[in-house]
Design a protein around this ligand. Structure first.
Ligand code: CU1
Length: 565
């Protein structure tokens, strides 16, 4: 039997002395590398992804240095292509896609549903190894001289003409993709089969819903990416004419396959972020999440409609005007559930007792930046504007607002919100608030000028440019320095807090989720006594609130039940 389904009888009598937490003493490197504990695997993922985040960051730092003067003089054009490609591949597949699910999802999903582990703990460890093997291929590509196709691997350049390390890079993405699929399967089975008694689907925290919907998107979309890359490699390696028009192939076919994955991939990156923000905002506003049911339906709607908009990446690829119209219309439609979410987060704040701790500041940053990203997405969904803005910095700014302003802000919100649960220590609040504000300003400083220069016609992927764009590039590069400082700060103070941070109680925020009902850090088996759930999620109330009616009776009954045991 798998070690996930430990029941209470398999635990020693005095569990409190038996286990000082999953971080406990006497654990060797070997025990970490062979662990099946979802919490430790989450930590392994976090360390791995942090390394890749900084490699991807160094690559783009070199790009931003090159772009300070208009002339191309810091790296060669060829090196420039390899740098932005490396940045894209690493940030998309080795940071953003796994970021929140593989770390916080892994750590929190079992805790939030009152389970002892994921359904398949060994598969979970295997997923991490796949990510590491994929990462190793990426590092090989980096050391061997890089790849220059852009993160999109467009054919026939990738399959015929490029003389860089396309195959190794594609294998890296391919292998890491299977790690993600395995995680998705694990999350789906866990959510279906291992919820605590009383934890019905509509009592699940939004973060669990986000993990569930994102898993469905992952297992439906990622195989299509694997297929597209396999076909591309078949043409490159064996000369099978699939995409090369000279052999009778169709280069646009690759774009269809690629974006059939890569548009939903945007939601693979943003749905988990939405889940995080839905946990943080009610907690720091002391208010029940506004419109819970609509928040759930919106997640489901985004995941479904997200599969039917991929053609908006191909308005200028020679797609038929009718197809363009349909894709344009559906792209407007998919914005509706996102707008519902933004509205409901805002409505949750109404008459709340808002406090501005770091997780809340990051969540606010998310809502503001994601809204900017979403609204400029509507610009790009409209065909005449997209024709003007295709392959310009406008597009770059748009998707960085969604993925960096959105997903990365939410990643930091999660990091601060659950830091005490993961480590048992509190981070230093003043530093964290400063970093959150700095990140917000650094981000806008970096990317807002890119909207302006993109609209004025600055194309993406060029190392040299006409001098009239220099002011925007200098602003953007200066902003990137601020942003980099804001990313490095948490690395410093969080590491500091591991040793010197104040010890946090089990529930420093007074939050309602099940993960706060166990110790910080949680014991290996998560809960000394498996919880049961009797109430709706986000049961937050402002100070001085007195419970009446049925809810009060339920609490009374559950407290009596607790005393008897
Ligand atoms: Cu898209």
């Amino acid at each position: 039997m798998s070690d996930a389904v430990l029941d209470d009888t398999s635990l020693p009598h005095d569990v409190s002395t038996f286990d000082k937490g999953y971080l406990g003493d006497g654990h060797t490197l070997r025990s970490w590398l062979l662990t099946t504990d979802h919490k430790r695997i989450a930590i392994l993922y976090a360390l791995t992804l942090t390394i890749f985040f900084f490699i991807g960051g160094v690559a783009i730092a070199l790009v931003r240095i090159e772009l300070v003067p208009p002339a191309q003089d810091f790296v060669t054009a060829d090196e420039y292509n390899r740098l932005f490609t490396l940045h894209g591949i690493i940030m998309v597949w080795f940071f953003l896609v796994p970021s929140i699910p593989a770390t916080f999802g892994n750590f929190l999903l079992p805790l939030m549903i009152g389970a002892r582990d994921l359904a398949f703990p060994r598969l979970n460890l295997f997923s991490w190894y796949l990510t590491v093997i994929g990462g190793a291929f990426t590092v090989y590509v980096l050391l061997a001289g890089g790849v220059d196709t852009g993160w999109t691997f467009y054919t026939p350049y990738s399959s015929i003409y490029s003389n860089s390390h396309v195959i190794a890079a594609a294998i890296a993405v391919f292998v890491a993709g299977f790690g993600t699929i395995a995680t998705g399967i694990n999350f789906i089975v866990t959510t279906h089969t291992m919820r605590a008694p009383g934890l019905t689907w509509f009592r699940l925290p939004l973060f669990v819903w986000a993990m569930y919907t994102v898993s469905v998107v992952i297992i439906l979309a990622t195989p299509v990416l694997a297929m597209a890359l396999t076909l591309m490699m078949a043409e490159r390696f064996f000369g099978v004419p699939i995409f090369n028009p000279q052999g009778g192939g169709d280069p646009i076919l690759f774009q269809h396959l690629f974006w059939f994955y890569s548009h939903p991939a945007v939601y693979i990156m943003i749905l988990p972020a939405m889940g995080v923000v839905s946990e943080v905002i009610p907690c720091f506003a002391r208010r029940r999440l506004f419109g819970y049911d609509f928040m759930v339906y919106a997640l489901v709607a985004i995941s479904v409609v997200g599969f039917f908009v991929w053609g908006h990446h191909m308005f200028v690829s020679g797609e038929s005007p009718y197809a363009n119209l349909v894709f344009s219309f559906l792209s407007f439609v998919v914005a509706v559930p996102s707008a519902i979410k933004v509205f409901n987060w805002t409505a949750t704040l109404y008459r709340g007792q808002i406090t501005y701790e770091a997780p809340m500041l990051y969540a606010f940053g998310f809502v503001g930046l994601f809204t900017m990203g979403g609204l400029t997405g509507l610009f790009l969904a409209s065909i005449p504007i997209d024709v003007q803005a295709t392959d310009t910095y406008f597009v770059i700014a748009h998707f960085h607002y969604v993925m960096v302003g959105g997903t990365v802000s939410a990643f930091f919100a999660a990091l601060h919100f659950w830091w005490s649960k993961i480590t048992g220590r509190m981070y230093p609040e003043t530093w964290a608030r400063f970093a959150a504000v700095l990140m917000y300003f650094g981000f806008n400083f970096t990317f807002f000028p890119q909207f302006i220069m993109g609209w004025a016609g600055m194309p993406r992927r060029y190392g040299s440019y006409p001098p009239e764009f220099q002011i925007y590039h200098v602003l953007s590069s200066a902003g990137a320095v601020v942003l980099a400082a804001a990313y490095l700060m948490p690395l410093g103070y969080l590491t500091w807090s591991l040793r010197w941070g104040r010890r946090a109680g089990d529930n420093p925020w007074g939050a309602t989720g099940l993960e706060w009902q166990t110790s910080s850090p949680p014991p290996t088996h998560n809960f000394d006594k498996l919880p049961t759930v009797e109430r709706a999620p986000y049961d937050y109330h402002p100070e001085g609130y007195v419970e009446t009616g049925e809810a009060a009776r339920t609490i009374e009954a559950s407290q009596k039940g607790g005393e008897q045991e």
